[in-house]
Design a protein around this ligand. Sequence first.
Ligand code: NAD
Length: 170
Amino acid sequence: MVQRAFYIGRFQPYHYGHHSVIRNIAKEVDEIIVGIGSAQISHTIENPFTAGERLLMVSKSIEEFDVKAYIVPLEDIYRNDLWVAHVKSMVPPFSRVYSNNPLVIRLFKEEGMEVKECPLYQRDRYSGTEIRRRILAGEEWKHLVPEAVIEVIEEVNGVERLKEISQDDC
Ligand code: NAD
């Protein structure tokens, strides 16, 4: 039987920490479903990129891995106790979840799903919060993300977007 796993992130932006997790998952399963979480949110300081932009970042970056991947944008729902059912209704069937997010782990375990925690890869360095901070501060950030992510951010003028939405009107 095909072993299919689910991994979700907001990927704001996708970085080498996420990439290292997916590389490891790809070695353990036949197929991987990547959920693009909080798909409805974009153009905020914490979530600057749209679901479509993040889908591009992930799909182009993971082309190098030898695994069949399905990338599915998933909107949040405001009922955590129903979230797992919501996810299952939106993505192909899967038998295992990979995550480091405590809420995600808790919700899937409560529904009896197998959850594997993944080792963190230099979390202080490879973190969406740190990368967005660096972009806003005009510091180096491109070495923290795959080349495909740089291309997507440049294509959509992401640096300019983040800087503009971080301004106030005074
Ligand atoms: P994220 O992009 O911050 O992280 C994705 C995953 O990568 C997490 O497991 C995280 O621990 C891991 N990660 C981050 N940096 C890493 C590193 N350096 N090395 C290894 N792993 C690293 O995304 P997130 O916020 O965890 O995504 C969870 C999504 O699930 C959110 O969109 C959230 O809204 C959604 N969610 C929704 C509901 C609901 O709608 N009720 C409930 C639960 C979760």
